[in-house]
Design a protein around this ligand. Structure first.
Ligand code: HSE
Length: 305
């Protein structure tokens, strides 16, 4: 008799929104059950199950996230322990927010379990720090989307305080998921290939497009949203050459009517945006038909969560 919470998979960045944006989708979910038992104030992972239960870092993410939440909420559980059971349904190492989903579900479950009166930004912060246990440094984009749903924005202000918000978006998407090595080294590598410095002009062009993308999403203008997804000139060019069949997938999706195609998070998955389910299925067909060059594990049609 504990509290069970589901958290969806998500795709970060969406082109120009590196480390700031992510969209939640119905493709996959993790689920965490939290309960209190008599104990010595510990957070314990009792079991990890489901299709992606293997991989040691996964449970650690959720456990650390809950510890961070207790610290940030200044809540002691003296005389009790929190026991977590984790269902891992989001494939890890694909750029689909897998570690973020476990962390998000865990903090939400514990918030409900302990009736913690904390704002969303604290939940996202705790989940992000927990995720750092797996990914190395905290990124709040995926956890914000998993926790808030929709198109989520996570921004740190000059004082290091986290602000989060999200926009409801009614859209469909096709996720193209290559078979991948499991392991958190992937995100680290995909960050090492990024430029450390750039000209101000280029940065300014990029954040103009990011602003336009967000405004378009808020107005329900999926055409502009999709167009701006493909206008990042900082992160995507550095990463795309490590994405198997990047060009083939992109062209096949666009030929089938996708409004925008980009790398999902740090990759190697790709995400294509469409306005309807039919269109998303057509994109999926087109990619499977045209892409003979790489090992696609799964092509999944999903909706904004
Ligand atoms: N935004 C991160 C990246 C991944 O692109 O490296 C998700 O947190």
């Amino acid at each position: 008799g504990g509290v069970r919470v589901r958290a969806c998979s998500s795709s970060a960045n969406l082109g120009p929104g590196f480390d700031s944006l992510a969209i939640a989708h119905t493709a996959f979910y993790d689920e965490v059950e939290a309960r209190l038992t008599p104990g010595r104030g510990q957070v314990v992972v009792e079991s990890v199950y489901g299709p992606y239960a293997h991989g040691a870092g996964r449970a650690e993410t959720a456990r650390r996230a809950v510890e961070e939440l207790l610290r940030l909420a200044k809540r002691s559980i003296e005389g009790h322990s929190i026991v977590l059971r984790i269902y891992k349904g989001v494939p890890p190492g694909r750029g689909l927010g897998s570690s973020g989903a476990s962390a998000a579900a865990a903090v939400k479950a514990v918030q409900i379990l302990l009736d913690l009166k904390v704002p969303d930004s604290i939940l996202v912060e705790a989940a992000g720090r927990g995720e750092a246990a797996a990914a190395g440094e905290p990124h709040y984009d995926n956890v914000a989307a998993s926790l808030l749903g929709g198109l989520a924005i996570a921004a740190l202000d000059k004082n290091g305080r986290l602000h989060v918000t999200s926009i409801d978006v009614d859209a469909w998407m096709t996720l193209i998921i290559p078979r991948a090595e499991v392991g958190s080294a992937k995100t680290r590598f995909m960050r090492q290939v990024l430029p450390r410095e750039m000209e101000l002009d280029r940065a300014a062009r990029n954040w103009g497009r990011l602003a336009l993308l967000v405004a378009a999403a808020a107005r329900g203008d999926l055409r502009t949203f999709g167009a701006m997804m493909m206008q990042d000139e900082i992160i995507e060019p550095a990463r795309s050459r490590f994405i198997p069949c990047y060009d083939v997938i992109k062209n096949a999706a666009l030929d089938a009517g996708a409004l925008g195609v980009t790398i999902s998070g740090a990759g190697p998955s790709m995400i294509a945006l469409t306005e309807t389910r039919d269109k998303a299925l057509r994109v999926a067909d087109s990619v499977l038909k045209n892409c003979k060059c790489c090992d696609i594990e799964e092509v999944k049609v999903a909706r904004t969560a």
